[in-house]
Ligand binder design. Structure first.
Ligand code: SF4
Length: 123
């Protein structure tokens, strides 16, 4: 089978190293362009089972702000981002909210919680 090369930018740190993953079918033959081992791990995950941290906002009732920024505490499969956003969009929370509060304990059955990223005071 002919080899193919997938190009991507490493998003693990601000260096943004340009990565090249050489594939032979589904087999990874080589990873180049990474400055550190984390880049190689990212490249392999990206071509086999890509994952992302979800960031968004959630509606708040009775707070000094109408929206609370939120994020998943870890990355989740990229293919579940749309379903996860539907869970987030359906959520309405009540003030007060503290940074780190778990708002959804197991988003989309991933085992990863959605947490608040800002304090929202009750008014
Ligand atoms: S390969 Fe390493 S140094 Fe380069 S962007 Fe990724 S984590 Fe940063």
């Amino acid at each position: 089978m002919a080899e193919t090369v997938k190009e991507m930018t490493c998003i693990v740190c601000p260096m943004g190293c340009p990565l090249k993953v050489t594939m032979n079918g589904d087999e990874i033959v080589d990873v180049t362009g990474n400055t550190c081992p984390r880049g190689k791990k990212y490249a392999i995950t990206e071509v086999t089972a890509p994952r992302r941290v979800l960031t968004s906002t959630v509606r708040v009732e009775g707070g000094h702000l109408p929206l609370c920024p939120v994020r998943t505490r870890g990355d989740i499969p990229k293919g579940l981002l749309f379903d996860a956003m539907q869970e987030v969009n359906a959520l309405i929370i009540k003030a007060p909210v503290a940074i780190g509060d778990v708002l959804i304990p197991d988003i989309c059955g991933t085992g990863v919680p959605l947490v608040a990223c800002r304090n929202i005071h009750k008014v």
